[in-house]
Design a binder for this molecule. Sequence first.
Ligand SMILES: CSC[C@H]1O[C@H](OP(=O)(O)O)[C@H](O)[C@@H]1O
Ligand SMILES: Nc1ncnc2[nH]cnc12
Length: 288
Amino acid sequence: MQTMLGIIGGSGLYDMAGLEGASWVKLKTPWGVPSDEILVGRLSGLPVAFLPRHGRGHRIAPADLPAQANIDALKRLGCTDVLAVSAVGSLRVDYAPGDFVLVDQYIDRTTQRPASFFGTGCVAHVSLAQPTCPRLSAQVATAAESAGAKVHLGATYLAMEGPQFSTLAESRMYRSWGADVIGMTGMPEARLAREAELCYASLAMVTDYDCWHEGHGAVDVAQVIATLTANAAAAKATVGALASALPHDRAPCPNGCDRALDHALMTAQDKRDPALLAKLDAVAGRVL
Ligand SMILES: CSC[C@H]1O[C@H](OP(=O)(O)O)[C@H](O)[C@@H]1O
Ligand SMILES: Nc1ncnc2[nH]cnc12
């Protein structure tokens, strides 16, 4: 199968210069309209699709992100792999502002967001034991190192509802739970990517120490933007290095991300809701 790389740009990453033959494409999906038009083109010859998660100009709040439409749209365009870039606060002293982290686990504390493509009429249960793709994450880590970043491979991401930052008591509690980084957007995006059988890697850029670190003031937006601005070149170089390194012909995922639905569907064929099946055409068409 041909590789196509989807890139979800987080805070501070709203455009992707240097794509060959690039054009912004407007898409509608059965799950609504994605956060913005999607920039489709090639990077080092590899087909890529770039979507700014909050829209250009950062219009959309974390709880209102159309994550279902975003993942459906990338799948519908033919993406096989998705690199999700995010700003995060650090919950541990050795993950410092400026460092890059490859997330491999989540604690999901979001409450108000549609978290699945499936439901009554077509019930499915995919595995989230390994919620990100180890193969793609390792490829992203190598690319980030070649771009000069300090990279940590493996971290637990605490997904909070926001939009306010955490209280001190919450920040301390999340540390005691073993969470390493904190953000507002990693979930349900990672769940939905798995349901859509996409290999998904989360490149988290540490921007602050949240509010728990006695030697640092509590996080504010100015601090986040300053660190993101300082990191922008390394983030873009990471995407470039990843696009040059990814094989154009992809071997099946060793983690099975691309076959996540093989044994997930529960609802008997004759009990499935045709309206929901129609919405699932891109996400689950392979198994329906
Ligand atoms: C200004 S920091 C808060 C904002 O940044 C992160 O978003 P993203 O993951 O899209 O980079 C965080 O989760 C919040 O949404
Ligand atoms: N401290 C923090 N909490 C939540 N989201 C963030 N994004 C960047 N820093 C953050």
